[in-house]
Design a protein. Structure first.
Length: 155
């Protein structure tokens, strides 16, 4: 009778070992899933807003995150609404603007008079620069910053 009893103990040990392996697999999957959510996350910051000697306004932006910032869009946000700003990089107007991790770009403002006709209101409040972008996971992010007084007077 000792043989069936020893077989039962071996089977119980095998089942416990399988349960332990399953627990390790589930924990590993969870850690990998969390790591994937936290990676490839863009963090875009405006390093400088200034005017060149030619009178052109420029924004120096850098992506400090671990993932690319896709479809960057610039806009002036005010009480009246939002006005899109077409970006110019290296003298060329671009339709799709992206920032890779640790990449810095200097973007010039292209302020067309037709886009800013509704801004003739002398009682308008301060305006902000809005930068929106998305990460490769599809999440949308927005960044707001106040505009310098000199730039607001040119709008």
């Amino acid at each position: 009778m000792a043989w069936p009893l020893s077989l039962d103990i071996v089977e119980v040990a095998s089942v416990l070992s399988s349960v332990g392996t399953l627990a390790i697999a589930v924990t590993s999957w969870y850690q990998i899933h969390r790591a994937n959510q936290e990676t490839f996350y863009p963090i875009v910051a405006i390093d400088d807003i200034g005017q060149t000697s030619c009178g052109v306004w420029e924004i120096a932006m850098k992506n400090y995150g671990t993932g690319p910032a896709l479809e960057l869009k610039l806009a002036i946000q005010s009480d009246d609404g939002c006005t899109a700003i077409p970006p110019i990089v290296s003298g060329n107007r671009v339709t799709g603007l992206h920032l890779a991790p640790n990449e810095q770009k200097t973007i010039q403002f292209s302020m067309d008079e037709s886009r800013l006709e509704h801004r003739a209101n002398p009682f308008r409040k301060r305006e902000a620069l809005r930068i929106s972008y998305r990460c490769i996971r599809g999440r949308r992010h927005e960044l707001f910053t106040e505009l310098p007084e000199e730039l607001e007077s040119n709008l």
